[in-house]
Ligand binder design. Structure first.
Ligand code: PLP
Length: 495
């Protein structure tokens, strides 16, 4: 049965999957949501014998119904290949009574790779299907991580170009080095003299510049976006929940049909929403445990039904979760409002205006399968050192937030259901916080020395991504003022 995509903010005509991927966001500012969640049409027994790529096909074909089998398999094969450092793509590691689903084996050693390695292929396939001949130009402002994952995903993909702006003095030295050493003729990385907000505002302005769009059209270019609300990023994230369940079954860790819980370290609410969709497809997930750091908007929301962004923004050791507006939550709100775009729009307008909204009792009742928890900086750091001490397993701060929340959840509820904890970054990506949590004696050591030390104490090999960084030549040394961003874009496109 065909799945069409509706906007969360109006009853505009529903669009096909490929159109939703191309548009990213609906014209009314809403997010695209599937008009129904398809059920898995294959047994877990059969899934247990499948590779990651085969599993991904079984899941994605049910959502991206206007893609042909060949098109979708081609996208999957191009995405999940030797860019990942393990054949299993998303391996599970049993430690301290839970199963850690490692989503950091891709090119930038963090979980954004799971979606950003396939999005470029879904985008150009969607363009082709909709008879768009233009080259797709991705324009992104980044505070560090997403920019690199997007660059790695789009680099060398024919029919696309990618331009990334980052705040010249606003990202870590490793993050900057990761970006400015990016290979690929179709990539451009530019440091701006301003902060992340300046970069973001500049990008938005260029995006909505009608004259520029016309000029680009004449030359055969059009903009598209790779941000996390694109369903082309959401759908690929459902796959690894199904895959993890099948792996556990295959390994004899669970019985067919046995329920598991999932703990997800959460920022924008994309990853955990994918778990919710997996559950709605028929995957036996009991509780969806949403783990926040000290920016605990979501914890408060699940407890009280009030979403309130009016609070101090805290910088933590898990920066990818330092978020006060979890954009993907809108898809859940729309759903518990009974797929009512008017009601959802009212709440989102309130969030835009007053920075706050409250859901009704009836909506709140539908959230019982979610559990919100949070861990502060001390608990996070203790989770890292305890895991290393007890199991010799080193986890990154984002994963540690989830791990700490899981412990608290078990204590509070006495629920000992087998649990998958989503591990979203390699410890090598956050070496400093990780090593200092394990032993304060590491304070002051330089980043690469810390990486050497991490290899030694955990008996693991350094990921290729870090190894290459040590000697990679700088390719992008361009800098500009905020006001010059548009010119940089025109120049790169030869306008
Ligand atoms: C993006 C990110 C998250 C948060 O995921 P959401 O889908 O935004 O909730 C968690 N951990 C890491 C390492 C990330 O990069």
């Amino acid at each position: 049965m065909e799945v069409l995509y509706n906007s969360t903010r109006s009853q505009e005509q529903a669009v096909k999957a490929s159109e939703a991927i191309l548009k990213g966001l609906s014209e009314d500012g809403g997010l695209f949501v599937p008009d129904h969640i398809p059920a898995l049409d294959i047994s877990f027994g059969a899934l247990a014998d499948m590779s990651y790529q085969e599993t991904a096909y079984e899941v994605m074909k049910l959502f991206l119904t206007d893609f042909s089998e060949d098109e979708l398999k081609d996208c999957i094969d191009r995405a999940y290949d030797a860019k990942f450092d393990t054949e299993g793509i998303a391996p599970l590691r049993e430690a301290d009574g839970a199963f850690y689903l490692e989503l950091f084996h891709g090119p930038t050693i963090a979980f954004k790779d799971m979606a950003l390695s396939i999005l470029p292929h879904l985008l150009i396939t969607s363009a082709r299907k909709n008879h768009i001949k233009n080259e797709i130009v991705i324009l992104t402002a980044t505070s560090g991580d997403t920019g690199k994952a997007a660059l790695a995903g789009f680099a060398g993909v024919e029919g696309t170009r990618i331009i990334v702006f980052y705040p010249k003095n606003g990202v870590s030295p490793i993050q900057e080095k990761q970006m400015v050493t990016q290979k690929g003729e179709n990539t451009l990385v530019v440091g701006i003299h301003g902060n992340f907000d300046d970069a973001q505002t500049g990008v938005k302005r260029i995006f909505s510049d009608k004259a520029l769009a016309e000029e680009m059209e004449k030359k055969g270019y059009q903009f598209s976006s790779a941000n996390s609300i694109n369903i082309g990023r959401l759908v690929p994230q459902i796959c690894y929940y199904v895959y993890a369940y099948a792996r556990l079954l295959k390994a004899g860790k669970i019985a067919e049909g046995e329920r598991i819980n999932a703990v997800v370290p959460t920022g924008n609410f994309g990853n955990i929403l994918a778990a919710f969709y997996a559950k709605n497809m028929g995957l036996p997930i009991g509780r969806l445990i949403c783990a926040s750091n000290e920016n605990k908007v979501l914890y408060d929301f699940f407890r009280t039904g009030v979403y309130d962004r009016n609070r101090e923004f805290v910088l933590t050791s898990s920066p990818s979760m330092d978020i006060l507006i979890s954009s993907n939550l809108e898809r859940l709100i729309y759903r518990i409002a009974g797929n009512d775009s008017n009601e959802n729009k009212e709440l989102m307008d309130a969030l835009n205006g007053r920075g706050r909204y409250e859901i009704t009792e009836a909506m709140k009742k539908q959230l019982s399968e979610f559990y919100g928890g949070y861990a502060d900086e001390k608990e996070t750091s203790e989770a890292i050192s305890k895991m290393y001490g007890d199991c010799g397993y080193v986890i990154d701060p984002h994963t540690a937030v989830a791990s700490a929340v899981y412990r608290k959840y078990e204590q509070q509820t006495g629920d000992h259901t087998k649990t998958v904890i989503v591990s979203t970054a390699s410890p090598f990506k956050f070496t400093r916080s990780v090593m200092e949590a394990i032993d304060p004696k590491y304070e002051g050591m330089d980043d690469f020395a810390l990486a050497d030390e991490l290899c030694r104490i955990a008996c693991i090999k350094e990921p290729k991504a870090i190894e290459e960084l040590r000697t990679a030549p700088v390719i992008h040394d361009r800098q500009c003022q905020v006001g010059e961003m548009k010119n940089v874009v025109r120049e790169f496109l030869g306008l």
